[in-house]
Write a protein that binds this ligand. Structure first.
Ligand code: ADP
Ligand code: MG
Length: 290
C-alpha cells in the first residue's frame, strides 16, 4: 500500500438528498437521503467492493465518486483534490484517471456509433492515429479483435458488449475504474468470464476498482476490502475475506444468506475452468468462451 500518496478516491461525510414526488398538495415535499455520512478512502492497488440491497445507495455512491453529480454535503477527492471545486478543464483531465463501467451493456453503448467511436470517446483530444492505435490495443486487452472496431454494438452478445464498455474505460489507462453492477445483467457463465477479465486487467495494468454489486461473492473475487451499505449508510466494512468469514451486521448476514444456493458468479468462476461450464447458460455467442 502506498500510504505516502493520497488515496485515489476519498469521500468525506458525503450526503446525497433527493426530493421525492409530493404525495399530496398539503404534504411537505418528502425527501430521500440516498447517502448519509458516507466516508471512505480507496488506495491504489486495494480494490474496494460496495455491496448492499437494492435501493441502499450504491449507484448514487458511484455517480458521486465519478463526479457525475455533486454531493448535497461533504467532499469528494481524487488524489487529494476536491473534484467538485476543480475547473472544468482540470476535471476533464482528472477524468482520464477515473473511468466508469455501467451495469447495462445494452443501454450504455450508443447503437448508432461504431465500436471504434465508442471506445475512443474518452480520447477526444488525441490525434486520429493515436486514437486508432489505442482502440486496437484496448480491444485486444479485453479479448476482442482490432477488426471489431468497425462493427456496431448490436453485432455483439451481452458479455462482449460489456467487454467493449471495459475497453472504453481502459483506453485512458485509468488508475481507478468504478464499475456499477458490471456483471449483473449477464448470464452466469458469462459473468465469470467478465469477472476474470477484470481480475486480469487489475494485474496487468495495475487498475484499482470500486466495484459495486448486490452480490458479495462477485466482490470477493476482485476486491481486497468491502463496505456494506444499508439505507444510504455504511453499516460494515473490512477485509473481504474477514467479512465473509464473520459478518457482524444483520444486513451482511442477510446478503450472504440470500446468496447461498444460488448459481452465482463465484461458483461460475471456478466452474468456467472446469467441465461444468457446458451445463450452464450458453452465451449469445460461442466466441464468448474464447
Ligand atoms: P442502489 O444502486 O443501491 O439500488 P440507488 O443509489 O439507485 O440504490 O438509490 C438509492 C435511493 O435513492 C433509492 O431510494 C432511490 O429511489 C433514490 N434515488 C436515486 N436516484 C434518485 C434521483 N435521481 N431522484 C430521486 N431519488 C433517487
Ligand atoms: Mg444501483
Amino acid at each position: 500500500m502506498h500510504r505516502s500518496e493520497p488515496p485515489l478516491l476519498a469521500l468525506h461525510e458525503v450526503t446525497r438528498r433527493y426530493k421525492s414526488p409530493r404525495e399530496s398538495l398539503l404534504a411537505r415535499a418528502p425527501h430521500i437521503d440516498a447517502l448519509s455520512g458516507v466516508s471512505l478512502a480507496l488506495y491504489a492497488g486495494r480494490s474496494l467492493g460496495v455491496v448492499g440491497e437494492s435501493g441502499s445507495g450504491k449507484s448514487t455512491l458511484a455517480r458521486i465518486a465519478m463526479a457525475l453529480e455533486p454531493p448535497s454535503t461533504g467532499r469528494v477527492e481524487f488524489l487529494g483534490r476536491d473534484v467538485n471545486a476543480l475547473p472544468e478543464r482540470e476535471l476533464r483531465e482528472a477524468r482520464r484517471d477515473f473511468q466508469m463501467v455501467f451495469q447495462d451493456p445494452y443501454g450504455s453503448l450508443d447503437p448508432r456509433m461504431t465500436v471504434a467511436r465508442i471506445v475512443a470517446e474518452p480520447l477526444q483530444q488525441d490525434s486520429a492515429g493515436q486514437r486508432e492505435r489505442a482502440v486496437s490495443e484496448a480491444l485486444e486487452a479485453v479479448g476482442l479483435r482490432a477488426s471489431d472496431a468497425a462493427k456496431y454494438p448490436h453485432e455483439f452478445s451481452g458479455g462482449q458488449r460489456q467487454r467493449i464498455a471495459i475497453a472504453r474505460a481502459l483506453i485512458t489507462r485509468p488508475r481507478l475504474i468504478v464499475a456499477d453492477e458490471p456483471v449483473s445483467a449477464l448470464d452466469v457463465s458469462v459473468q465469470a468470464q467478465v469477472l476474470n477479465l477484470l481480475i486480469e486487467l487489475q494485474q496487468r495494468y495495475g487498475v484499482t476498482y470500486l466495484l459495486i454489486s448486490h452480490d458479495l461473492a462477485v466482490v470477493d473475487h476482485v476486491c481486497d476490502e468491502v463496505v456494506v451499505m444499508q439505507h444510504g449508510r455504511i453499516v460494515e466494512r473490512g477485509e473481504t475475506a474477514a467479512i465473509f468469514r464473520a459478518p457482524q451486521h444483520a444486513c451482511t448476514r442477510a446478503l450472504i444468506a440470500a446468496h447461498e444456493g444460488e448459481p452465482v458468479a463465484a461458483s461460475a468462476t471456478v466452474a468456467s475452468r472446469s467441465d461444468e461450464r457446458d451445463e450452464r447458460d450458453e452465451p449469445d455467442d460461442p466466441e464468448e468462451l474464447r
